[in-house]
Design a protein around this ligand. Structure first.
Ligand SMILES: [Mg+2]
Length: 377
């Protein structure tokens, strides 16, 4: 499917762009090989169309991943990104292209605005976003639950809690100290027998370490479905080496931000799977373009997210339902947030997630003054 086939031809007129800063504590710390987070600073972007329809998107501060803080996200939205869209008229692809071209980088801020634009366009058309993208609401997706990188006994306890609440797939964060990673996995599996595992080293291993660790796990037939970004993002040869040496499916995450990255990974034979995140792609179209590359090459995609609010997660779920190459989801962040977030969008029963329908993302609009820390700041 071409990108133009996914878009309504009717022109849109953006009358206002707004951005609100929020912060939400997490119920428990989120810890990876790259960072530790106890609360999430995020920004909600709003696009208002003539006629008064409002769409929302969101982006969280992930300095260690995208280089963006809540302050820079807010600054991009109220500066060049807002200026590129305020008062603009055009089709959805034309307006999305304005966002993409407004400034270099700033992919999280762009994603927030692009999702807000798509939410508004779909609300104006009175269809769910998934339908605007050429798919249809319906069907279930199997979500996972992340277990932070902690001491083995803490990870075991989290794994048990997750399985007790109906989770079937755990995403295990590893990669900080390779010698301990096997002990972590053994502790998790002892506490949660029968669960399926996704491993994420967040670039924490050298190719040699990855091959040694993963061949050991394979030899013991651990229930591992995939291994995410075992080595440094820039080391495509290393990733290809690992993929050639082990049978476990290898997923690129930090190495894939664009469709061009996806093509390089395919050409290098470096990945079986690609992890798409809107905060990396800068919006809906580049995310679908990655899935198109994967589909042509016979690869499968997962859609994940940063530790970001329910608005971002619902947008990702719409993309997963819309594109046939996106068959896996990693969308547990809302289960980590302590603060109330907009209702609607989707429901999750145990591990099974389904979209609720309704126009746009299907979410209630988040009240800018709902922030427990005082709204805009
Ligand atoms: Mg990852």
């Amino acid at each position: 499917m071409s990108i133009d086939d996914r878009s309504p031809a009717a022109p849109l007129h953006v009358v206002a762009v707004r951005a609100h800063r929020h912060r939400s504590p997490l119920l428990r710390p989120f810890v990876t090989a790259a960072r530790r987070t106890d609360s999430v600073a995020f920004v909600v972007a709003e696009v208002e169309l003539d006629g008064g329809v409002v769409g929302q998107g969101s982006a969280a501060e992930t300095v260690a991943v995208t280089g963006e803080s809540a302050a820079t996200i807010h600054e991009a939205l109220t500066g060049p990104l807002g200026a590129a869209l305020t008062g603009a008229r055009g089709t959805l692809p034309e307006l999305a292209a304005r966002i993409a071209g407004a400034l270099p980088g700033a992919t999280s801020a762009k994603a927030a605005l692009d999702v807000a634009l798509h939410d508004a366009a779909a609300r104006a058309a009175e269809v769910p976003l998934v339908e605007l993208l050429g798919g249809s609401t319906g069907g279930e997706l199997l979500n996972d639950m992340t277990v932070s990188l902690e001491e083995p006994e803490v990870m075991a306890r989290r794994a048990r809690e997750a399985v007790d609440s109906g989770e079937q797939i755990l995403k295990i964060k590893l990669g900080r100290d390779p010698e301990e990673d096997r002990r972590r996995l053994d502790a998790v599996l002892e506490a949660a027998p029968g669960v399926r595992l996704r491993l994420d080293a967040n670039q924490g291993w050298s190719p040699e370490e990855a091959i040694r660790i993963l061949t050991g796990l394979e030899a013991d037939a651990l229930p591992i479905d995939l291994v995410e970004q075992p080595v440094a993002a820039a080391d495509l040869d290393g990733l290809a080496q690992v993929r050639a040496a082990v049978g476990l499916p290898i997923m690129a995450d930090e190495a894939v931000w664009t469709a061009a990255d996806a093509r390089r990974l395919v050409d290098a034979g470096a990945a079986d799977l690609l992890n798409i995140k809107l905060a990396k792609t800068g919006g809906v179209r580049e995310a679908l373009a990655i899935a198109d590359v994967a589909q042509e090459a016979g690869l499968t995609c997962m859609i994940g997210a940063m530790m970001e609010p329910r608005i971002s997660i619902t947008a990702a779920a719409h993309l997963a339902v819309a594109h046939p190459a996106i068959t896996l989801i990693d969308l547990d962040p809302p289960a980590w947030f302590a603060s109330p977030l907009p209702g609607g969008g989707y429901v999750q029963d145990g591990a099974r997630l389904r979209l609720l329908g309704g126009p746009g993302l299907g979410l209630d609009l988040l009240d800018p003054s709902s922030d427990p820390d005082g709204g805009e700041h």
